[in-house]
Design a protein around this ligand. Structure first.
Ligand code: ZN
Length: 395
């Protein structure tokens, strides 16, 4: 079934999430692309609408399934980030239970989940999800991933900078939910909200995603190299950065970012990054600035990231394949949470030698700090996924 929209005229309808669906071989891999989960980031849905007719012409040669979805439709049609609540912080167990339906985003969430469930339940091979976003600040486009080995491997096929650990800083993102459901997930920040280049970046990323997911062969996309060249920026291509600090803000903080910062601008400890009602906000460590906030709505002032060395990446892959993460609870100061073998409590007063980075290395995600107690949980589906019929059991 194929449904095409008139491109870029802004006429996205409330509650209509399916932009287009294409099925060549229904037993092949699935790619789901979501655009405009934030309604002020129209570039995602616009790119998918404009691409739909091009993909339709090669539908017969697809070796899998492709779905283009619009995210927060009610916010998109109003041109706002969200109506009542951030839809990309809304995928929490409480909201997923469907018990509340008062907010516009409760309805959006229920609609998208219904759409996604239908796709996941019929998947017969690997499922890939690409989530298209844009930023208020100018700067390089980049990819974001939750740190599983499967996500890393997919992300490194794209000639873009990769950022690990954003999802650890945020609760209730769509990709975290889909990652836990077993999909290989990739987020993409395509550039500045209103820039035409952002739409072109999104399109290049989606074409490459279809290729990298094994759904189209190189011969079906004559412009494959052009898309690679379009996305490549040189400096940090396929380099992996880690988010180390999130500056969380609320409306009463009156936070204002210092003007002029772009993504990946180097900063030093002590640099003035912004001001809030208590005075200057400075960098607590050196690194690169990520996603500085230059819009009024948002819960993240900025992030500080740092590049991860190839050695560290290699070591973590090796240790996880050996299964070290399944044994770490025998160490002093580390204990399993009863009834949940993938979650650990770490008494950092006892386990001084095991800082958060060691758990990151082994594929754990920080849940919370509580005094001396650090709680971490192992990301599901790190090395294997549930969708391949001939696949192994869940990792
Ligand atoms: Zn966004």
């Amino acid at each position: 079934m194929t449904e095409n929209r008139t491109p870029s005229n802004g006429r996205f309808c409330d509650g209509e999430h399916l932009i287009a669906a294409f099925s060549g071989d229904p037993a092949g891999p699935t790619l789901i692309v979501v655009g405009s989960l934030h309604g002020n980031e129209s570039a995602g849905a616009v790119a998918l609408s404009e691409m739909a007719e091009n993909v339709a012409t090669i539908q017969d040669s697809l070796k899998g399934r492709v779905y283009f979805l619009a995210g927060n439709t009610r916010a998109l049609s109003r041109g706002v980030r969200f109506v009542d609540a951030d839809l990309n912080r809304h995928w929490t167990p409480g909201n997923m239970s469907g018990s509340s339906a008062n907010l516009s985003e409760d309805i959006e969430l229920a609609e998208i989940v219904q759409q996604l469930d239908g796709i996941l339940i019929t998947a017969m091979d690997e499922v890939f999800v690409l989530d298209l976003h844009s930023t208020s600040a100018d700067g390089l486009h980049f990819a974001t991933v939750g740190d599983t080995l499967r996500n890393r491997a997919f992300a490194q096929k794209f000639p873009v900078t990769i950022l690990l650990g954003i999802e650890e800083q945020l609760e209730g993102t769509m990709l975290e939910y889909l990652n836990n459901a077993g999909a290989v997930t990739l987020g993409f920040e395509g550039g500045q909200h209103e820039s035409d280049r952002t739409v072109e970046n999104h399109k290049a990323m989606v074409w490459l995603a279809m290729f990298n997911a094994g759904i189209i062969g190189a011969s079906a996309i004559p412009d494959l190299d052009k898309y690679r060249e379009h996305l490549a920026t040189g400096e940090y291509d396929s380099h992996i950065f880690e988010i180390r600090i999130r500056h969380a803000i609320s409306n009463n903080d009156s936070f204002r970012m210092q003007p002029g910062f772009k993504n990946f601008d180097p900063i030093h400890r002590g640099d003035l990054l912004g001001n809030d009602k208590s005075g200057p906000v400075t960098a607590t460590e050196s690194g690169v600035i990520m996603m500085p906030l230059y819009q009024t709505l948002g819960e993240d002032g900025f992030f500080i990231g740092r590049e991860i060395s190839p050695f560290w990446l290699w070591l973590s892959g090796l240790l996880r394949r050996l299964g070290i993460q399944k044994m770490i609870h025998i160490l002093p100061g580390v204990s399993r949470v009863p009834g949940d073998p993938s979650t650990l409590n770490v008494n950092t007063a006892v386990a001084r030698l095991f800082p958060l980075q060691v758990f990151h290395l082994l594929g754990f995600r920080r849940r919370r700090w509580d005094g001396n107690k650090l709680t971490v949980s192992r990301r599901k589906h790190d090395t294997t996924g549930p969708f391949k019929w001939k696949g192994e059991a869940n990792g």
